[in-house]
Design a binder for this molecule. Structure first.
Ligand code: ATP
Length: 235
């Protein structure tokens, strides 16, 4: 059973094709990494996966958790961590707790505050990533690495079965990057969460990923780990 199944995916911005028939599958419980040069189309593919870019019958097909994307109704099982998610929001008027709680809106309801149960879920998610001491801190007052851990907690608060991460440690220092990797590795290996991570960090691949996919010239190549030097210089 696959958490993600992509077949023949195509996408163009205007007349410029970016994806030209990409195939990829991520079996449930695996840790898959997606690599590729700048501008290869990795974020475009993630946006299509998340339904942020249109998918018509002519664009190929995407299934999440064995369901066609168009019919997919399990979004609470999918956690997403964007690249530099809070960068540029230095004065954003929300606390760490509020940022994480915002992802519970589907169970709380819009414009409502949530009760004791939701507060506890938020606290637990922050404990999972070691950010509970910062619960009341304004998000903009944290370091980039701390902010990314808060965004990981936000993704985890719904106890997802699939985590999608788009270059989650870009701009984060070595120590915080290592801590971030330790956390996602634990969620994958110990809690069985399927992980699909876009990265430029080649050094983490052998330690973290079961499968590595290389997006190149609009199509997907599965990288053979024994021969991973093949893509050196192109990711
Ligand atoms: N909204 C847009 N309109 C037009 N072109 C776009 C748009 N978004 C991205 N592109 C172009 O599509 C191509 C793929 O971009 P994308 O952001 O998906 O690449 P990427 O692999 O994620 O790159 P990076 O590693 O630098 O983040 C690039 O050439 C980019 O300039």
């Amino acid at each position: 059973m696959n958490a993600i199944e992509i077949k023949g995916l195509t996408f163009s911005y205007g007349n410029t094709p970016v994806l030209k028939g990409a195939d990829l599958s991520v079996p449930k419980g695996r840790f898959a990494a997606l690599i590729g040069a700048n501008g290869a189309g990795k974020s475009t593919l993630i946006k299509m996966l998340l339904g942020e870019l249109p998918l018509t019958g002519e664009n190929g097909s995407i299934e999440l958790m064995d369901q066609e994307l168009k019919q997919f109704d399990g979004w609470s099982q999918v956690g997403y961590v964007p690249q530099n998610g809070m960068a540029g929001y230095k004065d954003f008027p929300a606390s760490v707790e509020e940022i994480v709680k915002a992802n519970l809106y589907s169970r709380i309801g819009l414009f409502r505050f949530g009760g004791k149960k939701e507060k506890e879920l938020v606290h637990q998610a922050l404990c999972q990533v070691g950010m509970e001491p910062f619960e009341k801190r304004l998000i903009g007052k944290l370091s980039g690495g701390q902010q990314q851990r808060v965004l990981l907690a936000r993704a985890l608060v719904n106890q997802p079965k699939l985590l999608i991460l788009d270059e989650p440690t870009s701009g984060v220092d070595k120590e915080n990057t290592e801590e971030f990797y330790r956390l996602i590795k634990k969620f994958n290996r110990e809690d069985g969460v399927t992980v699909f991570m876009v990265t430029h960090d080649r050094n983490c691949l052998s330690e973290l990923a079961d499968d590595v996919w290389h997006l190149h010239n609009g199509t997907m190549i599965r990288v053979n780990f024994e021969r991973k030097g093949e893509c050196d210089g192109d990711i």
